[in-house]
Each structure stands twice: as C-alpha cells, then as structure tokens.
Design a binder for this molecule. Structure first.
Ligand code: ADP
Length: 228
C-alpha cells in the first residue's frame, strides 16, 4: 500500500530529514516507527500525507505516485488517511458527537448517514454513552477514544498515529492500543510513531527504526530497543 523508493528530504536550511530511504508497507500491516528525536519520523509521516514533497525519490500510495500528484488530488489522498495525535486535537466547543460528526460533514455525508455512523463508531471505541459530553469533561483516555472515532469514521485505509499514548498513563495506553489493534484487525493499515517502549515491546509488531534520516533496522516482530 505504501512504497518509498530512495526517498531523500532535504529541508531548505540544508538539514536532511530523510536520507535515501526505501521501504514498503503492505495493506493491513501494523508498523511502529521508532528512533530518537530528530530521526525523521515526522518527516516520514508528513511526506506520506503530502504535507511535504521529497527532494529526491518516489512515494507510492495504493499504486499511485503521490509526488507527481496534482494539488487538486490531495484531498482524495487524505480522505484515505485517518490521523491521531498525542494531544488529541478535539474541538473544545463541540460535543463528542459533534466532533466525530464534523469529520463526516466536511465530506458532504448526508445527515441520515451521519446519524447512523457516529453512534456506531462511538460504540466501537467504547464511549457510546459519552456522546453529549464536551472534551474537557472527559479523561485523557476518553478524549483519545473520541479522536480515534473521528479518525476512523470515514473508514480510512490507513491510520497514522503520532505518539498517541504520549499523554496517557500505562493502563490507559494499553486500552488505547487495544482499540488501535482492533482497527488494524478490521483491515486498516497502521503507522504509529512512538517513544513508548513498553507498548512496542508488548505488541510484537513490525518495528522500523530510524536514525539520522536512515532506516537502521526493520524487524518483523520487533522490540523497542534500537541499540544505537
Ligand atoms: P522526529 O520526528 O523523528 O523527531 P523529524 O522528522 O522532525 O524527526 O526531523 C528530522 C530532521 O529534520 C531533524 O534534524 C530536524 O531538525 C529536521 N527538520 C524537521 N523539520 C524541519 C524543518 N521544517 N526545517 C528544517 N529542518 C527540519
């Protein structure tokens, strides 16, 4: 589903964000992206959603070059991708229901469809009873569940998670990982950047280790210890 061919990203100030990386991620895979700060994890995800263009190389998503992709095709690419972040990024002045509904409304989904899909996705992430709450009335773990619901309500083929457990305690982190794992089991490809060594070691998924813009390890059922 995702292929990077000899991808280099050099920023305007000369810093190498990624240095000639090639990697392939199949549909339905679950991949952890680890490595020290500055290793290139964000650069990788930003290239993947066409928030940045590579200096050299080719990136394919679903068999299509996203480097050559025209500006007007970018929304179509992003519709296939859900995002979750460390800081949840919910709309504070909207309820749980409205936060999730908004993701469908911006795509022109009919109201009847919104009314059907939002409760079912909230149920799926285990917060069906919180639909009327505002984000500030929820715990961190509950807020991240809302963020996951919002990210998957459009049935994306890819979910990108940027440190999704970074603000959560270990028990809550595990609950969130169970949900992300379930999303993966339903067929969504997961790319998750993280520093959470416990989670990576427990889950035994593919681990891609970046350092200084290059892939230094790529293990099928890997652990966190990147041994740099
Ligand atoms: P990570 O997400 O693993 O912490 P990044 O992808 O953010 O790593 O950064 C990789 C390298 O690219 C670092 O050296 C960082 O300083 C540099 N970098 C990232 N974004 C920019 C930018 N907008 N301009 C210049 N350098 C950048």
């Amino acid at each position: 589903m995702i292929q990077f061919f000899n991808v280099t990203k050099k920023y305007d100030n000369g810093t190498l964000g990624l240095d000639n990386i090639s990697v392939s991620i199949d549909k339905g895979e679950f991949v952890f992206l680890v490595g020290p700060s500055g290793a290139g994890k964000s650069t990788f995800t930003r290239l993947l959603i066409r928030e940045a263009l590579p200096t050299k190389g080719q990136i394919m998503v679903d068999g299509k070059s996203i480097v050559r992709m025209k500006q007007r095709e970018i929304p179509h690419l992003r519709r296939k991708i859900g995002f979750i972040f460390q800081d949840f990024r919910l709309l504070q002045d909207r309820t749980v229901y409205e936060n999730v509904a908004f993701a469908l409304e911006v795509m022109g989904t009919p109201v009847s469809e919104v009314k059907r899909r939002v409760p079912s996705v909230l149920e799926l992430v285990g917060i069906g009873d919180k639909y009327d709450c505002f984000p500030e009335e929820l715990s961190g773990g509950e807020q991240q569940r809302v963020a996951i619901a919002r990210a998957i309500v459009n049935n994306p083929s890819l979910l990108i998670a940027d440190e999704p457990t970074g603000n959560l305690d270990p028990d809550t982190s595990l609950e969130i990982m169970k949900i992300i794992n379930n999303v993966n089991k339903r067929g969504t490809t997961i790319v998750m950047a993280t520093h959470d060594s416990d989670i990576v070691n427990r889950m035994r998924k593919r681990v891609i280790v970046l350092n200084k813009g290059t892939i230094v390890r790529d293990d099928v059922k890997g652990g966190y210890n990147y041994g740099l």
